[in-house]
Write a protein that binds this ligand. Structure first.
Ligand code: ANZ
Ligand code: ZN
Length: 881
């Protein structure tokens, strides 16, 4: 007799050991089978895994296990994105070393991931904080430098004067440092940059070929690169308005960048960035303006901060002359919404057709004149109030442009202004601009990859010779004072210049941690290679990653930087690849209800008991019973305490149940809500599948029959159910529709359960026994990618001595599953009005009658008699009226 219950705890540990002993997930580069590389975004070793990790890695594991069963040589590695600020903060708080903290976390999290039963090739594990990894990153930096892909330039940073550190834009909150609370200053520092803008065009164009990426991610990348075609126009500043600025060399004209030169006759003002040289010149003579500029700087320099701030400006008193009308003077403002880093840092504002400009003129009473009239709107009555119009239309109020389309007007303005010159230069020229900026990688931090550069008084910037790599982080550092420990280390930075041997100084900046994660996918192809970052043959073999899975929060920077690294590494001969990730999937988040007690404190789900009755759901403290307020359902986060610890779940229900629930409840790209009922439901399902397999085994008996020459109708029905489910599940997994796949498995199991339930004579006939044994095997294969431990246990029950993890995927017999129904699209006058599913054998009359009876078709016909019905066999019925 089999035990009534499947013993999760014993069983899961046993099968993990069996996989490890048999080296099932080892991957060799010289394996002759076709390769498949599946990768989930590697975690930051923060301390413990969270449910988001469980979801992400469960998805990747389904793909990996499925592809392995389909005969691929699968690479499914795991590593650690291990440098970063939290380790330094922990070091400061707990008086430990960042490395100690990081490696302890890695050990904990590795054990947690292993308890999930993931089919990972642990022998390829990497940690980016390990010198064996960052040594090669330093080599890549030097190669990029030699290839002209690295520059050093001054750039503005947010400087925290108390912590003596540079802050990221997100770390500046209302102009104050997030930790120190000090007023953040803007400082110019000389920093290292990777020249990602060298590839702007290619990074943009190549997005078109990424047809296995979500459209939304491609769009985000496009917007980030931000290519625009426009015109640079030089405006003359009215000399009469110059006042005390008349001596200033740069004050006589103002160059702007516009993508809408067609709107020139709707211009109401000019605006320059607070950091524009003209603003600085004007501020030198005007303390009030200087104060305004200071005020603008406090908002922070991030695009987000600028876009959300209220539009504010200060009239400089300068007046610019309209390029087509020397009598028309436009006031020049310093405005907080103009960025110095884009275009020329100056604009002309046309409120009718740009929302920011419209908000601005409303605050300063500068008026609005529409110059583009939407189609089929009367120009005489067209006005713009609070919403700018940025659609298509016909030019109005624009003298010689009137009546033209926007495109024609743009062309006409460009043509006319290109022909005019001011001094020895033309007044306007066409220009392509990108929002994308070079990637500043210098961080004044300890826990990062040292930039392998030496500064010598006589030789200047000297690369560390390759033979001296890695430049190791010193271990003896202190975190008791703010600032960069590398900078104040007594000896580390003092070295002899590799060129002249004289005294020199190491670069004490380390690299942005985004660098670490920009090439790890390539390192996994040959992670133990000591002589080079990647082995060319290994990289050629494994890349691109066939399926990459991770969070949408990395949709822009991480993916863009990885795409840049792929190109830069190609230029240096390491790779021959256009794009690193052929397929990308971005999974949704794991969300949970939030709870708060009467004092407003967040309460963890484990401390809450929820009751539901006719009046709704109410929550109480487990200890004490006081009522608790049920709040919004939000992303699991420590700050709101609405997290569930994967360890607890795995200990109670097993890894399979946790994986199954994470995959089953909603489409993988959407958020999934964690509920106690949900995880319990998944647990029941594991037990049901177990009992079903035991039932099947009882009917099949200890010895499996050979394939009979013929099958009776019952056996055929069972085989149909199994093969149809198999074909559908293959399709679902390949399209990453895991929740649909699990629903199909439910149906399949229910149908099999109904069949096996009516068998009472054991042993049953041979054809039935064969059909059940086959169906049982197929069922186990189908859920094995999601619940691998249970699958092994069931596989054993079904009499196999092998591991499912090493068994080939069953072949769906298509001859058993030819569908007897077809679905037509029903159209009226070529427009889809409904769908019609009908027997494949239906004749034209039947199809026509069924189509004309559809609700949508009836509504579209609106009592009119059809003139003709056209049938495209197996596809379309079109009713013509
Ligand atoms: C006049 C105008 C009229 C504009 C109109 C837009 C609409 P994209 O497409 O994103 O490249 N602009 C230019 N430089 C700027 C800067 N440094 N800071 C803030 N805004 C700047 O945007 C180009 C448009 O953004 C330009 O076209 C300019 O405003 C503004 F109905 O010029 B436009
Ligand atoms: Zn030197």
């Amino acid at each position: 007799m089999r035990p009534e219950r499947y013993n999760v705890r014993e069983s899961e540990a046993k099968w993990r050991k069996a996989w490890a002993d048999a080296h099932v997930f080892e991957t060799r580069n010289d394996d002759p089978r076709a390769k498949y590389y599946v990768l989930e975004m590697f975690p930051y070793p923060s301390g413990r895994i969270h449910m988001g990790h469980v979801r992400n890695y469960a998805m990747g594991d389904v793909v990996a296990r499925y592809r392995r069963a389909r005969g691929f040589n699968v690479l499914h590695p795991m590593g650690w994105d291990a440098f970063g600020i939290p380790a330094e903060n922990a070091a400061m708080q707990n008086n430990t070393h960042p490395a100690t903290w990081t490696y302890a976390n890695i050990d904990t999290m590795r054990a947690q991931l292993q308890s999930m039963g993931l089919s990972l090739v642990w022998s390829r594990e990497i940690a980016t904080c390990d010198p064996s990894y960052y040594k090669h990153q330093q080599k890549l930096f030097l190669d990029f430098l030699a290839a002209g892909l690295v520059t050093r330039k001054k750039s503005k940073v947010n400087w925290d004067p108390v912590d003596h550190t540079v802050l990221a834009n997100e770390q500046v909150i209302d102009g104050l440092g997030w930790r120190s609370g000090a007023v953040v200053e803007q400082r110019e520092l000389t920093q290292w940059f990777l020249k990602i803008t060298d590839f702007s065009d290619d990074l943009l164009a190549s997005l078109d070929q990424l047809d296995r990426w979500p459209e939304k991610v491609r769009l985000m990348q496009r917007n980030w690169i931000g290519r625009s075609e426009g015109l640079m126009i030089r405006f003359v500043i009215d000399p009469k308005s110059l006042g005390s600025l008349s001596g200033e060399p740069d004050a006589s004209e103002l160059e702007i960048y516009t993508t809408r030169p067609d709107t020139l006759f709707g211009a109401k003002f000019m605006a320059i960035a607070p950091d524009h040289p003209l603003a600085a010149a004007a501020a030198r003579r005007n303390p009030e303006l200087a104060a305004f500029i200071d005020e603008c700087r406090k908002v922070g320099t991030s695009v987000a901060a600028i876009e959300t701030a209220e539009k504010k400006g200060y009239d400089t008193g300068l007046r610019a002359l309209h390029p087509f009308d020397p009598e028309w003077r436009l006031p020049v403002y310093v405005a907080n919404f103009v960025l110095m880093e884009y275009g020329t840092g100056a604009i002309f504002g046309c409120p009718a057709h740009d929302q920011r400009d419209l908000d601005f003129v409303h605050a300063y009473g500068l008026g609005v004149t529409p110059v583009v009239c939407p189609p089929s709107v009367d120009p005489a009555t067209f006005t713009v109030e609070s919403v700018a119009y940025d659609g298509a239309g016909v030019m109005i109020n624009s003298r010689f442009l009137d009546g033209m389309t926007i495109e024609e007007a743009k062309e006409e303005v460009a043509r006319r202004l290109e022909a005019v010159s001011i001094g020895d230069r033309v007044q306007a020229r066409r220009q392509v601009n990108y929002k994308l900026r070079d990637w500043g990688i210098s961080r004044q931090r300890y826990w990062g990859c040292p930039i392998p550069i030496i500064h010598c008084e006589s030789c200047g910037v000297v690369p560390v010779p390759a033979k001296d790599l890695p430049v190791r982080l010193p271990d003896d550092v202190t975190f008791d004072q703010p600032g960069n420990p590398l900078d104040r280390h007594p000896t580390w930075k003092h070295v002899a210049c590799p060129q002249c041997g004289g005294p020199a100084r190491r670069e004490t900046d380390t690299m942005d941690t985004f660098v670490d994660s920009s090439w790890y996918f390539a390192r996994f192809t040959d992670p133990a290679n000591e002589s080079a970052p990647v082995d060319r043959a290994a990289a050629d073999h494994w890349l691109a990653v066939d399926q990459y899975i991770g969070g949408i929060e990395h949709a822009i920077l991480h993916l863009l930087y990885s795409r840049f690294f792929t190109r830069a590494m190609r230029e240096c001969g390491y790779l021959d690849l256009d794009e690193p990730f052929a397929g990308l999937f971005t999974q949704g988040m794991v969300v949970h209800e939030t709870y708060r007690d009467a004092g407003g404190h967040w309460i963890a789900p484990a401390e809450v008991r929820v009751e539901a009755d006719a009046e709704g759901r109410r929550a109480f403290l487990v200890a004490g019973g006081e009522p608790v307020e049920i709040g919004l359902t939000e992303k699991m986060s420590k700050s709101k305490r609405n997290t569930v610890d994967p360890d607890d779940i795995i200990a109670t229900y097993g890894a399979d149940t946790a994986r199954w629930f994470m995959l089953s409840d909603s489409p993988p790209e959407r958020d999934v809500m964690w509920t106690e009922a949900g995880i319990q439901g998944a647990y029941k399902q594991t037990q049901r599948l177990w009992r079903l397999i035991c039932e099947i085994e009882r009917v099949v008996g200890p010895v499996r029959p050979a394939m009979p020459a013929a099958f009776g109708s019952e056996a055929t029905r069972i085989r149909r159910i199994a093969h149809a489910a198999l074909a559908k599940i293959e399709d679902d997994i390949e399209r990453l529709r895991f929740n649909v796949c699990i629903a199909t498995i439910y149906e399949f199991a229910n149908a099999l359960g109904a069949e096996v339930g009516v068998i009472d004579a054991v042993p049953a006939a041979d054809d039935l026994r064969y059909a059940f044994a086959e169906a049982g095997d197929i069922l186990v294969h189908c859920f094995a990618p999601m619940m691998p431990h249970l699958a092994e246990e069931c596989w054993e029950v079904l009499g196999h001595t092998s591991l499912v993890a090493q068994s080939p995927w069953p072949v769906a017999d298509r001859s058993l599953i030819v569908s007897s129904a077809v679905t037509y699209v029903a159209q009226v006058n070529g427009k889809k009005r409904g769908e019609l599913t009908i027997s494949r054998n239906a004749d034209a009359m039947e199809i026509e009658r069924a189509a004309l009876a559809l609700d949508g078709v009836l509504r579209a016909l609106d009592n009119r008699p059809p003139r003709k019905v056209i049938i495209v066999p197996n596809r379309i019925v079109n009713v013509v009226v």
